[in-house]
Design a binder for this molecule. Structure first.
Ligand SMILES: Cc1cc2nc3c(=O)[nH]c(=O)nc-3n(C[C@H](O)[C@H](O)[C@H](O)COP(=O)(O)OP(=O)(O)OC[C@H]3O[C@@H](n4cnc5c(N)ncnc54)[C@H](O)[C@@H]3O)c2cc1C
Length: 637
């Protein structure tokens, strides 16, 4: 299938304005006639639901948690980017665009990224108007700090709780619309299928997680804002409920899945400390504004950090990348940490950690200043590790954190199923092969507050939507398939728990499709995942009933999807014979061990098409055209 990204013509800086003008409008009275389903209430779904309702559409919003404000977005710590240039360092929309395209290793669409940079400034204004308490400088202006891959300070933040504050803003806007009756909220629901009628997304099938009831809902369009799939690795910084089910089931109904192997490993997380751990904790990238990363120069050096003098320390990021220092992008910092540990210089009991040290910053700015900026993060670190980071350097190691891949969408954020829109981390759109820090919140809110509210109108006016009811045969088929799969899971009654399978899948993915990959390992992993999937359907035990609150059943469905999805990631990784951003195939590296792209053969988005159970998925390519930036080997030296 030829993928049409529907990128508007004209100069880059004018595309979005021109497109907004050319999009057909739905007049205010007609908006009331449309019903939109939004799945997810993180920053993308919360902002989209509130904005659509504000425009006059009738919205039905769904989420897994008991309250929309418990979406995973609430965990975001460090900040949100915007090109305001408050610090007078020479920032601009163009610079934010360029940094993001380069940070993504030239595997994102120019037009989308430019639009993201353009609307970044509107996001800050919108959030300030909502009362989001961004940090301020001494003169009262909003304060900024640095994030990786940029040489200007453009990250707006609310201590280490930026996601929470932004989500409370979106949640307030959403609750206002729930109050007016324009949004009908369905918490504790899990979408288990998309219903497609005559090629258009016309509804969903969801399970009520409290009563077990299977519900059906019609809509004129469906908007998925269901987050990322990092939990395919079992251990990640994502919330426990983050999953791939909604996106994967949409894929099975015809939505192409783009670049699934593009995953982000964050360099600064609290290292794994035991077999029974189910979650990893992020230490925000913002800490690298002041923290210095180092390891002992000598692998044999097992002294405590304070006993190691300056002359025996290797500040490897500062030494190797003098221009960006500790603030190189995440993929680069992660690979370097792994490299140090691989050569035996890792610290701590497992040797799988490096130091993040605040001693110099505390000496320079004082403990109070550091506490003001990062107090909650330091507290979190101390609670988990029982070490005081004001006195002893933090020990950190890379962990799975974000997924750049997602459902393929065009410039209007519509997937390959008409009327199915995908926003936030669930789509693949703006980050290429590596996401720069503080850009996910920006993208989620850009999609929900500023892009979808325009583009969905263009779709609704330009299409014919016949009346459908939940009695339609497509709904009945969906219900049958959802029920069959639930029954099957409950009937196996095997010997291994869902978590046990999930953990093993995570190990395979981390070992073979993690920070470094090679063809042999990826192929081996594919076989292992296939075997594990077979065993799962013969030997999993799912206690309890379907007519009740049953978290084992919920997790079983998600892990079943992860098992299939993990294989798709491996297929994608095998097919991309280059290294770029977070996808590091050891066969393709520069003399300095940096990712080596192959622009001649792989300057495209890989969009995978489902062709039936047990069939190989089909690869569709969207060629990426760079008309405004030159493709270069990324350098942060
Ligand atoms: C610890 C941590 C810190 C981070 N810090 C930052 C930061 O400082 N800056 C930054 O830019 N980014 C940060 N990120 C990334 C960022 O938080 C996420 O990418 C972003 O919040 C995702 O938002 P979202 O709206 O797309 O999805 P989410 O917030 O993940 O929301 C998903 C929603 O979908 C719902 N859902 C999922 N599946 C279903 C289903 N089948 N049925 C019904 N509902 C469903 C969930 O209930 C939830 O409401 C951080 C991430 C982590 C893990």
């Amino acid at each position: 299938m030829k993928l049409d990204a529907k990128i508007p013509g004209g100069p880059l800086a004018e595309k979005w304005d021109k497109h907004r003008f050319e999009l057909k409008l739905v007049n205010p009275a007609n908006k009331r006639k449309f019903e939109i389903i939004v799945v997810g209430t993180g920053l993308a779904g919360g902002s989209a639901s509130a904005s659509l309702a504000e425009l006059g559409y009738n919205v039905k919003t769904f989420c897994i948690q008991d309250s929309p404000r418990r979406a995973h977005s609430i965990a975001a710590q460090g900040g949100i980017n915007a090109a305001k240039n408050y610090t007078n360092e020479g920032d601009s929309i163009w610079r934010l665009f360029y940094d993001t395209i380069k940070g993504g290793d030239f595997r994102a669409r120019e037009a989308n990224v430019y639009r993201l940079a353009q609307v970044s400034n509107n996001i800050i204004d919108q959030c300030v108007a909502q009362g989001v308490p961004f940090a301020r400088d001494y003169g009262g202006l909003l304060a900024n700090r640095s994030f990786g891959g940029a040489q200007v300070q453009r990250t707006f933040y609310a201590r280490g709780q930026t996601g929470q504050q932004l989500l409370l803003g979106a949640y307030s806007a959403l609750m206002r619309q729930i109050g007016t009756g324009k949004v009908k909220m369905f918490p504790r629901r899990e979408m288990l299928d998309i219903v497609v009628i005559n090629g258009k997304a016309r509804g969903i099938v969801a399970r009520n997680l409290i009563t077990g009831e299977i519900e059906t809902h019609t809509g004129d369009a469906v908007v998925l804002c269901t987050g990322g799939y990092g939990n395919v690795y079992f251990l990640s910084t994502n919330a426990m409920a983050s999953n791939a089910t909604a996106a994967f089931r949409a894929y099975k109904k015809g939505a192409f899945f783009a670049n699934p192997c593009f995953t982000q490993i964050h360099p600064t997380c609290i290292p794994v400390h035991g077999d029974y751990q189910s979650k990893l904790t992020l230490m925000s990238e913002s800490l690298r504004n002041d923290g210095r990363v180092w390891v002992p120069k000598n692998p044999e050096d097992k002294r405590r950090p304070h006993q190691i003098p300056e002359s025996d320390r290797d500040y490897y990021l500062e030494n190797k990348y003098p221009s960006f220092g500790n603030l190189v992008p995440r993929d680069v910092a992660s690979r370097n940490a792994k490299e140090q540990c691989d050569i035996g210089k890792g610290v701590g009991e497992t040797g799988l950690a490096v130091y993040l040290d605040f001693e110099d910053a505390i000496k320079r700015d004082g403990k109070d200043a550091i506490e003001k900026k990062y107090g909650n993060l330091f507290q979190m670190y101390e609670k988990i590790t029982a070490e005081n980071p004001y006195e002893t350097p933090m020990m950190i190691y890379p962990a799975i954190h974000y997924t750049m891949g997602g459902l393929w969408v065009d410039y209007n954020l519509m997937s390959t199923i008409d009327g199915l829109f995908v926003l936030g981390e669930a789509n693949f759109s703006d980050h290429g092969a590596n996401r720069l820090g503080a850009s996910a919140l920006m993208q989620g809110l850009a999609d929900g507050y500023f892009v979808l509210p325009y583009t969905i109108g263009g779709y609704l006016t330009g299409t014919t939507l016949e009346e459908v009811t939940t009695g339609h045969s497509a709904f009945k088929e969906s219900i049958t398939s959802v029920n069959d799969s639930i029954e099957k899971l409950l009937s196996i009654n095997g010997k291994r728990t869902v978590d046990d399978f999930h953990k093993q899948l995570g190990h395979i993915m981390w070992d073979y499709c993690g920070m470094a990959r090679n063809d042999e390992g990826l192929k081996k992993a594919r076989g292992m995942v296939q075997q594990l999937k077979e065993e799962f359907w013969e030997n999993v035990v799912v206690p309890g009933s379907k007519k009740d609150f049953n978290q084992s059943l919920e997790r079983a469905g998600r892990v079943a999807d992860f098992l299939e999805f993990g294989e798709l990631m491996l297929i994608d990784a095998i097919s991309r014979q280059e290294s770029c951003g977070g996808h590091f195939n050891e066969a393709y590296q520069t003399a300095e061990n940096e990712a080596l792209r192959d622009d001649e053969n792989f300057c495209h988005v890989s969009a995978w098409e489902f062709t039936g159970k047990d069939n190989e998925p089909v690869l569709n390519k969207e060629e990426l055209k760079f008309e405004n930036v030159e493709l270069t080997q990324r350098s942060y030296k």
